[in-house]
Design a protein around this ligand. Structure first.
Ligand code: IPE
Ligand code: IPE
Ligand code: MG
Length: 246
């Protein structure tokens, strides 16, 4: 039997999907769902920390989300700025280290500044590592890792897996154990393509604004039941001999 700490994922990532549908179901504008979604992110961060998760990575805005209507994008940008201003202190008080992953160059100077400030303030915290993926794309991540490597090693003609692993976002975090997607869609939507190679996947029909800590607990319970084989046989993993083995 696996013990409690083995059964608890060290690193959890969440595709927080379903805000727009949550709002539309209530006859509200889509952005009302983003507002409640932000509160849920706060609640789930706190719950993850309490459960003993070491790293939590939340997909807040994808590199494809710029294609949304202009007013929705600008609402989300404002929400990031006010959210960072409001939440940074609380995160710091709770000993949470905040980092933003993704290509920040497209954000406003003000938003980039808030990101840097929040990161600097919380840099030495140790209870939970919270990573917010903003203007993040899994393909971008792999390309930036390769580009970095080529820049540092001009003239090379080969790149190894380790070279990429060392340079993708989150390379200094524990490996991704559990990837959750809320909102009912069964896809990755260009999230952590490299990092999710051996993550356990968990899909929930619950829309993100309704994803309260008891839903996180369901995901953690499902994870605890999984057997991670990494290409080996089940018997190799448990140390039992397979039936019929010599
Ligand atoms: C996820 O919720 C939040 C972002 C992508 C910013 P959606 O806004 O995608 O909600 P649905 O999928 O339209 O319901
Ligand atoms: C993924 O959700 C991105 C985030 C949750 C930030 P989307 O709503 O953008 O994904 P698709 O378009 O349904 O694949
Ligand atoms: Mg969506």
């Amino acid at each position: 039997m696996t013990n409690q700490t083995e059964a608890l994922p060290r690193h959890v990532a969440i595709i927080m999907d379903g805000n727009g549908r949550w709002a539309r179901k209530r006859g509200l504008p889509r952005v009302a769902g983003h507002k409640v979604g932000m509160e849920r992110a706060r609640e789930i961060t706190e719950a993850a920390g309490k459960r003993g998760v070491k790293a939590l990575t939340l997909f807040a805005f994808s590199s494809e989300n710029w294609q949304r209507p202009e007013d929705e994008v600008s609402y989300l940008m404002d929400l990031f700025v006010t959210g960072l201003e409001r939440e940074a202190k609380a995160l710091h008080k709770n000993n949470v280290r905040l980092r933003v992953i993704g290509d920040r160059s497209r954000f406003s100077a003000k938003l980039q500044q808030r990101m840097l400030e929040a990161e600097a303030m919380t840099a030495d915290n140790t209870a939970l590592n919270l990573n917010i993926a903003a203007n993040y794309g899994g393909r971008w991540d792999i390309v930036q890792a390769v580009s970095q490597h080529l820049q540092n090693n001009p003239g090379i003609s080969q790149v190894s897996e380790q070279d990429i692993s060392d340079r993708v976002q989150l390379h200094d975090e524990p490996p991704l154990d559990l990837l959750i997607r809320t909102g009912g869609e069964i896809r990755i939507s260009n999230f952590l393509l490299w990092q999710a190679a051996y993550a356990e996947l968990y899909f929930s029909d619950v829309l993100w604004p309704d994803f309260h800590p008891e839903e996180l607990d369901k995901a953690l319970a499902a994870y605890a039941q999984r057997q991670r084989r990494y290409g080996k046989t089940g018997e190799q993993v448990t140390g039992e001999s397979a039936q019929g083995d010599a």
